[in-house]
Design a binder for this molecule. Structure first.
Ligand SMILES: [Zn+2]
Length: 115
């Protein structure tokens, strides 16, 4: 198994759990009384990304999965961003994109180190 710089994985995981917190904030500040199916899906996705990142320490396949999942999580967030409460939650989304980008970049860096 590769021995990459696992600090990058730690940081990536931290960034994604930050995304999870931001998503909760976004969800609770929404005008809709209940979570939309897309929002629910976003929560499911972030859970599986965090799970992937746990496994990523031991398998480069899971690093790849994480990278891909962050990508589709990003498009999900783009959808949520465009559909509801955009004005009031703009700063939260901005923060989330920043964290996502951070996590994504760290994973690529990790892949680079481990090859
Ligand atoms: Zn809303």
């Amino acid at each position: 198994m590769t021995k990459g710089n696992t600090v990058l994985l730690d940081e990536s995981k931290m960034a994604m759990s930050e995304c999870g917190k931001l998503l909760k904030e976004i969800s609770t500040s929404c005008c809709m009384p209940e979570r939309s199916p897309k929002m629910t899906e976003a929560f499911t996705q972030i859970d599986s990304i965090l799970l992937n990142l746990d496994l990523a320490y031991h398998s480069s396949e899971d690093v790849h999965n994480s990278i891909e999942n962050i990508g589709s999580f990003g498009s999900m967030i783009g959808f949520l961003y465009a559909t509801c409460c955009t004005k009031t939650r703009e700063p939260l989304y901005q923060k989330m994109y920043k964290e996502m980008n951070n996590a994504h970049g760290k994973l690529w860096q990790y892949m680079g180190h481990s090859h």
